[in-house]
Ligand binder design. Structure first.
Ligand code: GLN
Length: 490
């Protein structure tokens, strides 16, 4: 049996029924990583010894007829901004190159408590700032469908690891698209939960009012499974909701009757790659064939999304990253005779942070500075409220919205590195969802032929707040009409 091609659900079932041992699953995952890593660099750290130990402990419990949980023996990868009490948590940054977290993030702990085996920590844009994984201080990750191209970002390592079959599922974080855009570039499923659904305790903060942890998988069912295990209140995160997560798996296969789908007009932009428009139409046609009414809707303030996002996110980042000064946290520059404390902070931060992180700290600090606060930060908050209201209005008549995951398929490494704004514009279809705090999921809905290679193209479904149950049922309806997701041959 090729364990690495199995879905998480099938693998968990095979392990629970002892057709495969947890140790075999962990070894298969590590072997696949050994094969793919020279080409992909999806991981910053692999836990060979710890993963085998964890897997053996699961096998020992299964042998005693215990039930270690719904993820018993399933290999999982974590984005490297999610704290784990072993290994390093670097956030893709020199600043945290040697950081060892003393504790494990709640989301990761819940997976471990459900029996998951942590295979390793995945590569990412530094502090989750980027859309290509090229901002990692430790070198980029490559797209498994074409290694000359980026996997998207910032959760690019997690997306590449899942697409290449190293793990059936991984965790990423999404502040402005960092789960959904790489899921689209790598042809897999990526779910950004409602803000407050998953505890942020142990997620290194980028922009606290936007950040959410979520799953990357190869099927909607597997995303639902990881969400079910992870979601729910946590005493360590005061922004987390106390609402119980409905049972996501119970009605997943039930089609939704009298479904209304809205396609925001701005999503049909003429600047999209042709294959993005085709995939959108194909997804809309598939949902109509299942009885849905699909019609155009307006999100009048969507055009302000990028500007509002890059003010709010950088303002929050400039505050969150203040702790990395070489004294409280992070890499400390060499102390030189005659220099004062400010010099030490300055050199530590200049050496520890890469250029994009520095740019964003400066942007955010400027937006918050007295004299500019109203013109920038406060105006962005106003735009944020209008964007949220647009979505609320749309959900008065729609069950979900359908739009692209990004304006084009995966681009080449280096193609957008000299133009930060071009990279920011990649996020046009994802950032509004974070500003409004909504759940959204990306699925592979088509392909683009570029330079003789077939690249995946994703679409995104956005749901009303707290309706992951409805959103995933609609995603499952759509998934049934699409070709099955396969593992990329690396
Ligand atoms: N690409 C966006 C940014 O660079 C989103 C990143 C994210 O979601 N972490 O900020």
């Amino acid at each position: 049996m090729d364990v690495t091609a199995l879905s998480m659900t099938d693998l968990a079932d095979a392990i629970a029924h002892k057709r495969v041992s947890a140790e075999e699953a962990a070894r298969a995952s590590l072997d696949r990583a050994a094969k793919c890593e020279p080409a992909l660099h999806a991981f910053l750290e692999l836990f060979e010894r710890e993963a085998i130990e964890q897997a053996r402990a699961i096998d020992a419990r299964l042998a005693k007829h215990e039930h270690p949980g719904p993820l018993a023996g399933v290999p999982i990868a974590l984005k490297d901004n999610i704290c784990l009490s072993w290994g390093r948590t670097t956030c893709g940054s020199r600043m945290l190159e040697h950081y060892r977290s003393p504790y494990t993030a709640t989301a990761a702990q819940r997976l471990i408590d459900a029996g998951a085996v942590i295979i390793g920590k995945t590569n990412m844009d530094e502090f989750a700032m980027g859309s290509s994984c090229e901002n990692s201080a430790f070198g980029p990750t490559r797209n498994p469908w074409d290694v000359s191209r980026v996997p998207g970002g910032s959760s690019g390592g997690s997306a590449a690891a899942v697409a290449a079959g190293i793990v059936p599922g991984a965790l990423g974080s999404d502040t402005g698209g960092s789960i959904r855009q790489p899921a689209g570039f790598c042809g897999i499923v990526g779910l950004k939960p409602t803000y407050g659904r998953v505890s942020r305790y142990g997620l290194v903060a980028y922009a606290s009012s936007l950040d959410q942890i979520g799953p990357l998988t190869r099927s909607v069912r597997d995303a639902a499974l990881l969400m079910q295990v992870m979601a729910g209140a946590d005493e360590h995160d005061a922004t987390g909701s106390l609402r119980a997560m409905p049972d996501l798996l119970a009605e997943l296969e039930e089609p939704v009757n009298r479904l209304n789908i809205g396609v925001p007009r701005f999503a049909r932009s003429g600047t999209n790659h042709a294959a993005v428009g085709d995939s959108l139409e194909r997804a809309a046609a598939a949902l109509s064939a299942d009885g849905a009414v699909v019609r155009d809707v307006d999100l009048p303030h969507a055009g302000h999304g990028i500007a509002a996002y890059y003010l709010v996110a950088t303002a929050e980042a400039s505050s969150n990253l203040a702790r990395f000064d070489g004294v409280r946290y992070g890499r400390r520059a060499e102390v030189r005779a005659g220099e004062g404390l400010d010099d030490l902070y300055c050199r530590s931060r200049s050496e520890g942070f890469g250029p994009e992180v520095q740019r964003r700290i400066m942007l955010g600090t400027h937006a918050l500075s007295s004299g500019y606060y109203d013109a920038y930060y406060n105006t962005a908050l106003k735009a944020r409220r209008l964007i949220r209201r647009d979505f609320e209005t749309a959900f008065e008549t729609c069950d979900a919205l359908l739009l692209p995951a990004s304006p084009g398929p995966a681009f080449r490494l280096g193609e957008k590195t000299s133009d930060p704004l071009a990279l920011y514009l990649e996020d046009v279809y994802t950032v509004g969802v974070n500003l409004a705090g909504l759940p959204a999921v990306t699925l592979r809905a088509g392909a683009a032929m570029v330079d003789g290679r077939e690249l995946p193209v994703g679409v995104q479904l956005v749901g009303p707040a707290w309706r992951e149950d409805l959103l995933l049922r609609i995603a499952r309806m759509l998934e049934r009409s699409l070709p099955p997701v396969t593992v990329a041959a690396v």
